[in-house]
Design a protein. Structure first.
Length: 124
């Protein structure tokens, strides 16, 4: 018996899980179903080019968390841990296992259950 899978698509700042739209606060670079959840990579340039985000980031000192997981109902389950404070992800290298590449040249194996980094390798 095969596991049921969900269909995930994206256009602009909208992801659709089984046709149900959910608006993200930034443009979506990639979105797919893996590990029983929708994995969404928000476009890092949208974060970094937004002047309001830059001001808020300086005030709050929160890192950019642009790799996220959502339930079939569109509820956020986690935001992935960053390899460095001022880093962000720009590409998904592998969906299963979940591996993302960061701007600061880290290859990160991400735990799909929690968003924590299981292993990070510096590539430079």
């Amino acid at each position: 018996m095969t596991k049921p899978t969900h269909k995930v698509s994206h256009e602009g700042d909208i992801i659709r899980i089984d046709g149900k739209p959910t608006r993200m606060e930034y443009m979506v670079r990639d979105a797919f179903w893996a590990h029983g959840r929708a994995i969404v990579l928000l476009d890092p340039h949208a974060f970094l080019d937004n002047p309001a985000f830059g001001a808020a980031r300086r005030k709050s000192r929160k890192p950019v968390q642009n790799l996220r997981a959502y339930s079939p109902a569109g509820e956020m389950l986690w935001q992935a841990e960053q390899p460095e404070f001022a880093d962000h992800y720009y590409r998904i290298e592998s969906r299963e296992p979940l591996v993302a590449l960061s701007f600061s040249a880290y290859r990160c194996d991400i735990d799909p259950e929690s968003g924590h980094i299981l292993r990070k390798t510096f590539l430079k």
